[in-house]
Design a protein around this ligand. Structure first.
Ligand code: PEP
Ligand code: MN
Length: 372
């Protein structure tokens, strides 16, 4: 059960004290308070854990200072979408809004290599009106002898270049909590020329200690990518780990499942789950067509498989696209064969816009046919 208090309620007010006092006297009920400090107002929610069935919802709702009470199912208490749940969906970060209604493209390098390549990428993004990118500094690799990423050494110049080209958010994977501190320190030292969305990769989704540490900080939002060999429920529970530690600025990413049923694609594309994740949770949903497909193959219609699956995810309502590009894929240190070319960026963005428009038309049609 969640007790949602009136916005901007003061912790020292008699109403606030009375609510906590009322709940403290209920047997077998524990409370956990969460504050969401927004740019306009601060929202306070009290999560009740334990024997909540014995509680009287109407009585709690009648207490001064209480706006609403929501009964929640056991699944995904915080990130979940519950019956009668009208809590806000989404968040703002560094001037960019992330929610289940909009769409952002994060085109960029799978792995940062040279300043020249990073700058070419960022310039192309700026010239095409983009404010988000992906840049890998810490790369989890299958082979211990493969390039592992430039790590913290590249952060200052990557952040400064991003600032130069007006990039607001960089999706960047971390594999260890020390890297979270390195990113935060580099952002502070360079005076926050850009922002970072910390990425938890598919291989680390059940690294619960990492999830707890990333969830405890509330400075940077998190993109958590579905585990490639576990159930959707297990992956959504991993997102709940982040939220239960305090950070609710979470985007959930689909990136394909590991099974040879998807051959010849690198992973079995799972973008049919975009609406499922939106129904079960309040998180914006990201798709990663590059790591799903893994090649630059195209169909006889002349459209790349990567562009086809992107359109499939977008027409189903995806809110974010993480996609690999590289100015010279043959020189990329990681995942060159699946990278799109900078010349393909305007084409890719236009193709996305077509699919998005089709999604919006489908949404309007569904609304009209429900009314009729
Ligand atoms: C990536 O985005 O670079 C990546 C390694 O993705 P995943 O964790 O989905 O394999
Ligand atoms: Mn990659």
């Amino acid at each position: 059960m969640i007790v949602i208090l009136q916005p901007d309620i003061n912790e020292k007010s008699p109403d606030y004290r009375q609510i906590l006092d009322y709940l403290a006297h209920k047997p077998n009920i524990k409370t956990r308070i969460h504050q969401e400090i927004g740019s306009i107002r601060t929202l306070t929610e009290i999560y009740l854990i334990g024997d909540t069935l014995s509680l009287d919802k109407a009585e709690i709702e009648s207490l001064p200072g209480v706006e609403r009470v929501v009964r929640i199912s056991e699944e995904y208490r915080i990130v979940g979408r519950h019956h009668d749940d009208t809590r806000e969906v989404g968040f703002d970060y560094n001037g960019v809004r992330f929610d289940q209604g909009n769409l952002h493209v994060f085109a960029g390098l799978c792995a940062v290599d040279t300043p020249e390549h990073v700058e070419m990428m960022l310039k192309a993004l700026r010239d095409n009106g983009q404010v988000c990118t992906r840049m890998g500094a810490y790369k989890p690799r299958t082979n211990p002898y493969s390039f592992q990423g430039h790590g913290k050494d590249c952060l200052p110049w990557v952040f400064e270049l991003a600032g130069k080209y007006g990039i607001k958010v960089i999706a960047m994977e971390i594999t260890h909590d020390s890297q979270l501190r390195e990113i935060q320190e580099a952002l502070h030292k360079t005076r926050n020329p850009t922002g970072v969305m910390v990425q938890i990769g598919t291989r680390n989704i059940q690294n619960f200690e990492l999830l707890k540490i990333v969830g405890r900080q509330r400075e940077l939002p998190v993109l958590i990518k579905r585990g490639f060999g576990i159930s959707l429920e297990e992956s959504l529970n991993a997102a709940e780990y982040l939220a239960s530690e305090g950070n609710r600025h979470i985007v959930f990413g689909l990136r394909g499942m590991k099974t040879n049923m998807g051959d010849p694609h690198r992973n079995f594309v799972d973008f049919a789950h975009v609406p499922v994740v939106k129904r079960l949770t309040r998180m914006p949903v990201c798709i990663d067509p590059s790591h799903s497909v893994g090649t630059r193959d195209s169909a006889p219609d002349g459209i790349l498989d990567i562009a086809h699956v992107t359109a499939q995810g977008v027409i189903a309502g995806a809110n974010m696209i993480l996609v690999d590009f590289h100015p010279v894929p043959t020189k990329a240190l990681v995942d060159g064969p699946q990278a799109l070319l900078l010349e393909e960026l305007p084409y890719f963005l236009e193709d996305v816009a077509i699919a998005r428009e089709a999604y919006e038309k489908r949404q309007a049609l569904a609304r009209r046919s429900k009314k009729g």
